[in-house]
Design a binder for this molecule. Sequence first.
Ligand code: SF4
Length: 486
Amino acid sequence: MTSPDMSQKRVRSEKIRCDACPVMCYIAEGKIGACDRYANQSGRIVRCDPLTIFDRRLEKGDEIKPFLAAEWDGETVNDRDMVVSAIGAGTTYPDYKPAPFIVSRDIDGVDFVSVVTEAIFSYCGVKVKIDTDRHLGPETAAVRSEGECIGHVMTSEYGSQMLSLGGVDHLTGGSKAEGRKTCDALLRLCNKEAVELTIDGGSTVIVQAGQAPVVDGEKQERMRVGCGSAAIGMFASQWKGLVDEVVVVDDHITGVVSEHQAGKIIDWPDTGIRILGHRSTPGRYFRVANPGLGWGGTDIEDPLSILGTWRPEKGATPGLRLLMVSTTGEHSAYFELNDNLEPIARAMPDALQPSVDLIAENCEPALCTVLFMGGAGGSLRSGVTRNPIHLTRSVHADRTRVTVGGAPVYIWPGGGITVMVDVLDLPDGAFGSVPTPALVAPLEFTISTAEYMQLGGHLASVRDLSDVLETGGEYGDAVRTVGGDP
Ligand code: SF4
């Protein structure tokens, strides 16, 4: 390991240089650097946050228990129980230097090493899934944070709308303000904080991982039970006999029970209804209205606006009972046809209300999901091995396990080591940033020692856990333990 004296070049007696990222701050005694992550403590650069170690012997969620080298009692540590994460580990820059901690572990009699580093990601972003039927904005529309474009709207999936935020073009390819705002929004989202986003031509939405989205000031409670067609398929038999026609209004696929296959199978009679929309297949209609904040993610406030004239020759008769409902059950109305075959609003019959409630009951809570995504296939691999391509191959061959802050990741197929992780799986405050601008994410590679030797790993820097606990690392000797499995 590079000694502090070698790595912290003195330029003036009262200031020393931090070399943990390309910014290379000169930090005065008692001050912190531009990223708030490193400080000059008594003439030595230290990481402001302690190294985080997961301790399975403690209860999950057990409060962080700081202990310094001086308090370490020398108790024999079990490599199965305690796992060194990269949170608070620090970064070595440039990357050809060994990662801050390379820790040997014995797992069931097999020697492993965990190589941990806080990786600096210029190539990273987040994918956001927002559970709501409300139309947030058109696909490809710009998404802004504090006025700066930080990403765009992607596709609508099943009851959710997706955003892609960040990425190297927003972090480095635009104005300084765009890069800073992008980095700031990504950092807060990854650290599970609430971020207000505005969508061009659409809504304002407050996004926070694991929390309900707030769209234009309205908290979203429910994720829809399915599309309009799916709702018909689920509940057709429960409506039979209680009502003569059901329309489930949905921005994507509006369902009509009398025409739908689900109704046909149970001999639901024709009603002569006419839907103003594009008929896809029997009982399934696209584009009945424009997207919006109204019924079923459409812009309609009056559900009758999607109905044409009723056809007596196809079964429409005075007194015919019609239920219209949205895909979350948040909107519902009951009508009966008068003598002119016009729907007239009536009070919802008691017998019908439970079926509306059942739709609502089957909805899941609306949540925001934030997945951090970054490319770890670049230079940081050199902190693991002198021959970086070997690490990439080892990861794709499942011989090296990658985690982010102890959390399991999805590795994208294809080139590089492109990881994706649910930020809720990480301890709070695990991400940081530097003003280049870039995000800092904890990254751990766990490899059998035999494989590590073959990769050309930095074997001279391998230490055991007791040594880490007793002597700390280049950037500090404070440790915190977090209970539960990483
Ligand atoms: S921004 Fe942070 S990591 Fe980078 S040199 Fe300054 S103090 Fe060190």
